[in-house]
Design a binder for this molecule. Structure first.
Ligand code: KIV
Length: 278
């Protein structure tokens, strides 16, 4: 039985912190699910950390569905959230409904996430009315990186802080089951977390949110391009990969790998016959 959006709301009510991570493939998703993590996001960050783009902007529906299906296959317990790519929910409410439904019907995930606050509230409401749980995403919204002028802290001016609180309230009113709050000053994130009844999941938004989300490649040291300020590396798997591959290269060159243990045998008489036949 997978974690439900009701259980996530209960966690907020009980003051139990909610850890969330991204995953993009079957094997990593299996490891994550084994830890009991309650919620996994197949983020459009896959555009950067898996596909090597400079931003999340080029990611398509087909990219997302391909990876959502793999993560769903690798998990039994976590609630899986699929991230809607740029322009798959902006052109009209009916496009948003159709694409949200593809995540659930074809991808097999249990919820979707989309970026935007007040201006997306009507779209969120309509998707929720169709029975599809929606996670909002406000603050630094990477799909709008060019409009925002870069990956910057959002909400430092009085106007921006009010706008952010209104965005969170609008999403709550529209029926979002949770909201991701990205790159927002910690005191403002605390206020929003207190004022809104649905779980606020922070990333670069300080310690007072109901939960935290991180990109799994940042956490595990698997993304070589840069380490964001908000990320903590709990492992350096990139270094471990390089060390293991160097050992492999060395052993192939020296003949130390493979050994008999990694090889299979056959009936010697068959080989002898073959050798005799020339
Ligand atoms: O795409 C993503 O991974 C995200 C998280 C950073 C919240 O949106």
């Amino acid at each position: 039985m997978r974690v439900t959006i009701g259980q996530l709301k209960e966690m907020k009510q009980k003051g139990e912190k909610i850890p969330m991570l991204t995953a993009y493939d079957y094997s990593t998703a299996r490891f994550l699910d084994d830890t009991g993590i309650p919620i996994i996001l197949v983020g459009d960050s896959l555009g950067m950390v898996v596909l090597g783009y400079e931003s999340t902007i080029p990611v398509t529906m087909e990219d997302m569905l391909h990876h959502v299906k793999a993560v769903v296959r690798g998990t039994k317990r976590a609630l899986i959230v699929g991230d809607m790519p740029l322009m798959t929910y902006h052109t009209s409410v009916s496009d948003a409904l159709r694409n949200a439904a593809r995540f659930i019907q074809e991808g097999g995930c249990q919820a979707i996430k989309l970026e935007g606050g007040e201006h997306m509230a009507e779209t969120v409401r309509r998707i929720v009315e169709c029975g599809i749980p929606v996670q909002g995403h406000i603050g630094l919204t990477p799909q709008s990186v060019h409009q925002l002028g870069g990956f910057k802290v959002v909400g430092r001016t009085p106007e921006a802080a009010v706008r952010l609180l209104n965005d969170a309230r609008a999403l709550e009113q529209a029926g979002a089951f949770s909201i991701v709050l990205e790159t927002v000053p910690a005191p403002l994130a605390r206020l929003i977390t207190q004022k809104v009844s649905v779980p606020i999941i922070g990333i670069g938004a300080g310690p007072y949110c109901d939960g935290q989300v991180q990109v799994v490649h940042d956490l595990l040291g698997l993304y070589a391009d840069f380490v964001p300020k908000h990320a903590k590396q709990y492992a350096r798997l990139g270094e471990a990969i390089k060390a293991a591959v160097s050992d492999y290269i060395g052993e192939v060159k020296s003949g130390a790998f493979p050994t008999e243990k990694h090889s299979s045998t056959m009936d010697e008489s068959i080989l002898a016959d073959l050798t005799r036949q020339g």
